[in-house]
Design a protein. Sequence first.
Lengths: 95, 392
Amino acid sequence: MRPIRPPVAPNAPRSIRVRANGKGQPIAVDGVGVEAIVDDWLMHDRWWTRGRIHRRYWRVVTVRGRFVEVFRDLRGGGWYTHAGSSRRGRHSSVR
Amino acid sequence: VIVCVHLPRFELVIAKGSAEALVGRAVAIEPADAGAPRVGEVSGTAQRIGVTEGMWLSDALACCPTLELVLADPVGVRSAWEQIAQGLEGIGAELEAPRPGLAYFEADGLEGLYRGRDRVIAAARHAVARPCRIGAGPTQFCALAACREGSRSARIVGERDVRRYLAGQPVGLLRYREQTAPLVPALEQLGVRTLGEVAGFGADALADRFGHAGSEARRLALGDDGPLVTRRVEDRLEEWIEVEQSNSAEVLERTLRVLIDRLLARSELRGRTIRALTLAARLVESGTWCEPVVFRSALADRGRIALAVGARLRLLPAPAEALGLSVHTLGPATGEQGTLLDGERTARMARLQSAAEQIRTIGGPYAVLRVVQLDPQSRAPDRWVSYTPFAP
C-alpha cells in the first residue's frame, strides 16, 4: 500500500468562486446569490513574518439561507473560504 | 444466480420529484460541500452535453451554462429507498444495498417459492413499484452489467457466458465500485474502452500501475466477485418533530431531547442499546440534511445520547423547520457496565495502541492522526486546529 500523504490542515483556505460588485462586496458565492452581508472585517496579521496575512473577510447569508464566510486575499488576490465555514451556522461567533 | 435491481439517477429523481421532470432538461444535484463544490448526480440531458457526476461546479457550468441545480434531499432518498428495500425484502429477498438505487439479491432460494426465475424477477419488479432495470448473472458485477442494458425484459447472463459477456462491456461499469471508480478516467485516457481489454492486461501490469484497485478491476472483468453482504432486517425507528423557532439553539436542543425521549420509549427497542443514529432536518427554504452519529459504545442513556447528538446540531447548514432522529444500528440488549478497577481501560488502550501501530505500518505516519488545537485565539481560522500523529 502506498503511504498516505500528509493531509491538508482542517481549516486551510480553499478557493471559491465569488462574484463581487464594484465596491468589492460579494454578490454571489459559488453561483448562489448573496441575500445579505452579515459582517465584514479586515485581517492584517503576522505582518512581522514572511507568511503575513492580509485578508478582507465577508460573512454572508445566501438566498438559500446558508451562512458562508469568504475572504479576499489582498496580497495574492483570489477568493477563498475555510473548510466547513458554511456549516458553522448562525450561532458561531464572528472572530 | 444473483439479481440486480437498479433505479438510475435515484437521488436526482427524488430531489426533483419525478423522473418525468428530468426529461429534456439539464439538471444536476447541487454540491453539498462549499469547500469542494462538485455536482452530484446529473440528468441524461446534462450528461449528453458533457456534465458528469463529481465534476467541479465551475467546470459543469462552463460546460453547460443552462444547467439547473437542485438541492439534494438525503432524507427523502433514505426514506424512499428504505421503502423499496423493504418491498424487496417482503418477497423474501436478502438484500445487499451498496447505495440508494442499487440492490442485489440471490434468486436461487426464491425460485422454488415463485416457481421460476422469471416469476422471481416479476415479483421484484412489482415490489419496487417504480421504473427500474433488472438484470441477472452469476456475480453481482455481471448482474449489474446485465441490468444496465435497459431493456424492459430482464437480461440474464449464464455461467458459461460471463467472461465473454463482460469482455464487451464498457470500463465505465467500474464506476459502480468504490474501489475501482478512480481508475475509470485513467483507463479512458489510455484508450481502454472495454472490460475485455482490462482483462487482457497482465495481473502484474495492472497491479504495478494501479495497485490493489487494478487487481480488483481485473478480477471483476474476469467474472470473479465476492459473496453478497446482506443487510440485517430490523425495525425502522424514527421520530420527527416540527420546530417552531428554527433559529434558536436552545429550542433545537430542547427539541432534540424530546426526540431522544420518544425514541427510547419506543417498544421496538425491547431494552436494546443504540449503536448509531441519524440526525436529520427539513430545512426552511427547501431540501433536507442528515448527519450520521456513531457512538463509541452502544448507549441507552438519554443524557449521553443528547450530549453526542447535540454537538451535531451546529452542523445544520440552514434554519430547520423539522428535526428527525432515526436509529441506524442497534447494540446489544445488555447495558454498558463499567469495572471497578481500570483493568478494562488498560486492556483497551493496549488494543488501541496496537491497532494504531498496525495501521501506521501499512499507511505510513499520517495514517492515524489526532486533531489538536494549535492556536485557538488566532484571528486566522486556518491556525485554530491542526493534525498530529495519534497516540492513545
